[in-house]
Write a protein that binds this ligand. Sequence first.
Ligand code: FE2
Ligand code: FE2
Length: 135
Amino acid sequence: MSVIEWQPAFSVLVSRFDEQHKGLINLINDLHSAMQRGEGQVILGNIFNSLVDYTKNHFADEERLMEANGYPDISRQKNSHDLLLKRVVELQGEFVKGNSVLSVTVLNFLRDWLTNHIQGEDKMYGRFFNDRGIF
Ligand SMILES: [Fe+2]
Ligand SMILES: [Fe+2]
């Protein structure tokens, strides 16, 4: 069972970002499966590390393209990215310390921020980039 599945409604109209969002969703699902299998802290910690790295790279990639094209709402995006990343890193820290009670909270939080951010702010840049020949 997956926590979340990518669906066409999540498309932000820029293929590389759709692919990256799918990658983030896969990592959240991997984390969920590993928890359900009862994997230890080391394996869960490794998946969490991958998720943090992937998230950093994805946010940086979005911000680079926004900057290069003068996206007007970039400060709002950067703000959300910074807040989300800060929270994910905090959760990662708690998790690595062995607070297993956090599992459901972590997964719900990750799922919610991902879907809300993609369907809210990320979707708003689709037309802007498409108008500049970026699909
Ligand atoms: Fe995104
Ligand atoms: Fe974003």
